[in-house]
Design a protein. Sequence first.
Length: 388
Amino acid sequence: MPFRSVSAQQALDTALAEIDRLGLAAHATVLGQTRCVTLVRDGQPVATGAGKGAGAQGAASAHFEALERYLMSAPDNRRRTPDATRLSSAADVAEQPALEHDLVIQRWAAEYPDSVAACASYSGVRYPTFLADPRYHRRPAPGDDVRPYRGLLRYSSSLGTAAGVDLAEAVYHGLCELVEHDALSQALLRWYVAGVPDVDVVPAEDLPGALRVLHDQAAQAAGAPVHLLDVTTDLDIPVYLAVTSAGRLGAGASCWATDAASRALAELLQTCALPPPARHHQLAAWPALRRCAAMPLDELAFRAVPLRTDPTGDGSPEWGRARVRQALLRHGVDHHVCEVAPVDSLIAVATTIAPGLERFSLVRHGVPVVPTGRGERLWPSTLTRRGS
């Protein structure tokens, strides 16, 4: 597999060794073509992961995702240790030049400048843990009172958090997830807020052999036609969405278009195998946001395009990270990393932030959000015209 440090079987063996080191048990089940893994301690589930891909690749993916979700909120992860956590005021956090374009941070400081939150270091940038760990508010750090910023918890997410055999792998995949959601966010804003419905679609018959097989498997699992949408932005890192008219969606970003498309189709397969997540819709008062959450395809104007061409490169995580970083820097965006897995962990788990990339895609959770970065330019006009 591209952008992996070791073979799928070696990765799976490493994940299993880490699960054993943590004193956890792993219970695996197979749903359709998707492998699910639940980590258990003393008979109680503590984290669940679902894998993308077949065979050892799918098994490794499921085990790593379960470990990522466990370690992200574990009390002994590096982000939560006393020497890594510092209480900082919203005003002080927002004054850091690196966070100038993170609009959530800037709104927090504008509304509650004196409120404090536990922050960890991301390559020297102090960033609040409540935005990087959706479960943090259940057990905040001593001295961190969640109440002043409770309204901002809708922006809390695990976006940018990824696991890998080593740090380069974890950071590359975290960066790709941020690029993926930046593209999805801008697409939703463009289609359903700014009222520009044009979208590029790659016809199934134009896909190379392995991708065509994966496309057909996804369509069979969904019981409906699957559209592979190209939503690549000005960053020029390929991003694809695999979607159905019923609202099922898979997304993928990668330096290689074939890898990005494969990830989108594999994620759609995964989505079709798993029960739909519970969504508490609070969007009745905002029709444009409601359309963003539902993503109705009948409002879009499709245009056929070919699959993008893969660049030359060695496919290593280090090469991928360098390529994504260069693409971000060309647009004034840098990334910062906080290692999460404990020092003695056999794997790497890291949260990567790239302030300025858009996270409006959180609207698909059914909560009212506004742009958090690059999507702000698409925000106001249509909402005013449509009264939504």
